[in-house]
Design a protein around this ligand. Structure first.
Ligand SMILES: NC(=O)c1ccc[n+]([C@@H]2O[C@H](COP(=O)([O-])OP(=O)(O)OC[C@H]3O[C@@H](n4cnc5c(N)ncnc54)[C@H](O)[C@@H]3O)[C@@H](O)[C@H]2O)c1
Length: 389
């Protein structure tokens, strides 16, 4: 039995502001593996393996202890500890278009635990994602804890705003960003996955879009508000509705939400806070509906700030990361891997009694009632983590 186990790893930093570089030597090995690996089709990425790893660290803002997933087996091939074992499970992850976001990190954790990975990529981002995969641009970040490379069995074009072809407006069909792709509505993607693989066990929703996210709610148009709900909340309802018929009993789904659903986060506008509140409420109702009818679990992860492509578009992500470092109970950078590992646990048999819930993976920030970096608390002598320790 192999599995994904949680272990304290060396301090490591990985966002664009805290950089963790693999040594050039091992990069060479990875690249060699990548060039040897042949694409089974334009959508298929084959796996590889490298044999040693060294890390060099650029000066970081501060060190921190990263929790990393690792596959670990004993000589007899039996995992020690309490493994997250997803061998034989197939996951469909909606919302991956690069290697920076939570979707990618979740894919890696599920793959490390043994799951087969299928991906749904937003149609306008499909070409660049596939090209980058094919050219090995993501090979460094495909490396799993055991040294192998994450294998993505197939990438499906997806636009989760449209349920079926009949609903797609003519101007979208004619749009050059959609030209050349087909079968990308939610219903068609579910049908394609059924045709290709028969069934799945795990559904991950890691997508959101709010065209007016930078506007305060009071200045948000009806269209902007409804677009945020459509892309960020109903998309989950639709995905679950269309994938449930091909999900095996005992299956699980997980989505990503944000604390702005329940607390005021100025700057997270355009109806995105409303969309996350809807997503969280739907998590409970859907947990009941698909739990009763199909024995499938539904949970959502309220994640802390990560410098993903979508978050950068909002414009205030660096401020939110700094705020979290200053105010969260755990004063360390939040790694995408930590969210990925929580997702792997949630969709695994270890979480077999957990459904309809919000799991906070945010260094504890959600629990704070005040911002302790306020000068008002100056005399309270609140312990502050030493950024250098
Ligand atoms: N980054 C953060 O700080 C943060 C914090 C909490 C929650 N989240 C949530 O995590 C999830 C993943 O976001 P991320 O921050 O990792 O960014 P990301 O850019 O990696 O992921 C967002 C994905 O959504 C896709 N997408 C947008 N519209 C789509 C559509 N109509 N159909 C299909 N795909 C579509 C994009 O192409 C992109 O791949 C989102 O739900 C986001 O709200 C992010």
């Amino acid at each position: 039995m192999s599995g994904l186990q949680m272990a304290a790893a060396v301090p490591c930093v990985s966002s664009s502001r805290w950089i963790c570089k693999r040594g050039a030597a091992i990069l060479g090995v990875d690249m060699k593996v990548a060039s040897q690996s042949k694409l089974m089709s334009s959508y298929h990425i084959s796996s590889g393996r490298h044999f040693s790893r060294t890390f060099t660290y650029t000066p970081a803002k501060f060190n921190k202890v990263a929790t990393k997933a690792m596959s670990e087996t004993t000589d007899k091939g039996v995992a020690s500890g309490l493994p997250i074992d997803l061998k034989g499970k197939r996951a469909f992850i909606a919302g991956i278009a690069d290697d920076n976001g939570y979707g990618w990190a979740i894919a890696k954790s599920l793959a490390a635990a043994g799951a087969e990975i299928l991906v749904g990529t937003w149609v306008p981002a499909l070409n660049i994602f596939e090209t980058s995969l094919r050219r090995g641009k993501f090979d460094e970040s495909r490396v799993l804890p055991d040294g192998s490379l994450m294998n993505i069995t197939k990438v499906y074009p997806l636009d989760a705003v449209y349920d079926s072809l009949a609903e797609v407006p003519e101007d979208v069909k004619a749009n050059k960003r959609y030209a050349g792709a087909s079968n990308w509505t939610v219903q068609e993607v579910a049908e394609s996955v059924k045709r290709d693989f028969g069934s799945i066990d795990i559904l991950v929703h890691s997508l959101a879009n709010g065209p007016e996210v930078t506007k305060p709610l009071l200045e948000t148009s009806r269209n902007g508000y409804l677009a945020a709900i459509s892309a960020s909340s109903y998309s989950f309802v639709s995905l679950l509705k269309h994938f449930v018929p091909i999900m095996n009993p005992g299956g699980a789904s997980v989505s990503l939400t944000y604390i702005a659903s329940e607390r005021i986060i100025p700057g997270y506008g355009g109806g995105m806070s409303s969309a996350k509140a809807a997503l969280e409420s739907d998590t409970k109702v859907l947990a009941f509906e698909v739990g009763r009818r199909h024995k499938i679990r539904v949970n959502t992860i309220s994640a802390g700030p990560l410098r993903s492509r979508a978050a950068k578009a909002i414009g205030f992500i660096d401020m939110m990361i700094d705020y979290s470092l200053a105010n969260a109970p755990l004063q360390k950078e939040l790694l995408a891997d930590e969210v990925g590992n929580a997702a792997a646990f949630l969709v695994s048999p270890l979480a077999s009694a957990i459904t309809g819930t919000i799991i906070y993976v945010d260094n504890g920030l959600h629990a704070m009632g005040v911002g302790v970096d306020s000068p008002i608390f100056h005399d309270l002598n609140i312990p502050k983590g030493d950024p250098k320790s």
